[in-house]
Design a protein around this ligand. Sequence first.
Ligand SMILES: [Zn+2]
Ligand SMILES: [Zn+2]
Length: 426
Amino acid sequence: MGIILKNGKLLNEQGELSIKDLLIVENRIVKIESNIEAEADHEVVDLNGHFIAPGLVDVHVHFREPGFEAKETIETGAHAAVAGGYTTVACMPNTRPVIDRVETVEFVLHKAKQANLARVLPYAAITVRQLGVEHTDFAALQQAGAFALTDDGVGVQSTKMMVEAMQKAKALGMSVVAHCEDNDLLPPGAALHDGVTAAKHGLPGIPSASEAVHVGRDILLAEATGVHYHVCHISAKESVRLVRDGKHAGINVTTEVTPHHLLLCDEDIPDSLDPNWKMNPPLRSREDRDALIAGLKEGSIDIIATDHAPHTSEEKAKGLKRAPFGIVGLETAFPLLYTHLVEKGILTLAELVDKMATKPAELFGLPYGKVEVGAIADLAVFDLTTEKSINPDHFKSKGKNTPFAGWVCKGWTVLTMVDGKIVYNN
Ligand SMILES: [Zn+2]
Ligand SMILES: [Zn+2]
């Protein structure tokens, strides 16, 4: 019994690739050897020298169900995940209803089980309906299977609500994950970073301080409470500096960056102001982008997360001011980052895998993210040689909203395995 994955390339301790066979029995990797002889009851899959990575782990996706099924459902989102090599994703609670009650956590887990593709872990909201005035029942939500706590989509405006949330979360061993945005610093109608492109078009801008003020506040509160505090989608160089200082001071702060903030800046936004370039936080300056890359390399920024945020084409056709914030990311993250960070020598392949699979699992105590004997068989196989351009029409996601259409990349998913079962085979 079992599946043999033959002729896959694995990273060794030195970060070099070598051809190996893997034997998977039930949901575990039981053997990794140069040549595994197939027995009669083995299913054999030849990987033709493609790269075997641990299944990617994304702690920041929006699957829109319940409430916004025209944008995405848990099933289409999970399909997009495995098509991008992701085996575990954590979905944000800004649905309708908000994931702020046990029943809604259970609903998401039930839908994920039905889809039977990627592991989908629901976040629970910090505050009821994400309104920032009353805490949800953390203990009950944790009991029901909530992954961690966040009000992503909006910042927690009240310092009192945040510090009390951290105290309660700490007592339960839960992480507090924050969308950092101080509404007092947001000009009405701002859609772009307060920088060269907004100025050129005479538009109000979203200042970096609106993010960094919350990052700074919350790091101090994390120090006071001892909670694990994780900053969502870091975008400003000031925020990177604050996280770096916090880590140096021994505070339990971690952070994620998105592929789009690593690869794009506000100068890249076309003059058409296509709403597929509108996301929150916005694409910031070239300097900010350079600080994000440096922060990722040095470890101030721990992991990469997509902030996969599908919207319908109708919504995104409303023009820059009225279109909603957000772009999809699950099906393009690995090819984009492999092509534009690894092939250009900015990150090694081992570093990229660490930041997209191993570290995210580690930060949140998940037993995934490793290819080794005894590990759970969550795997992604990527083709590192074939070039193909990004075509949103081919996405499994309902969302086609991406600024990366037409970009030519390598690193496309060949096969994805979750818990020992092949769930995607291209
Ligand atoms: Zn957010
Ligand atoms: Zn988000």
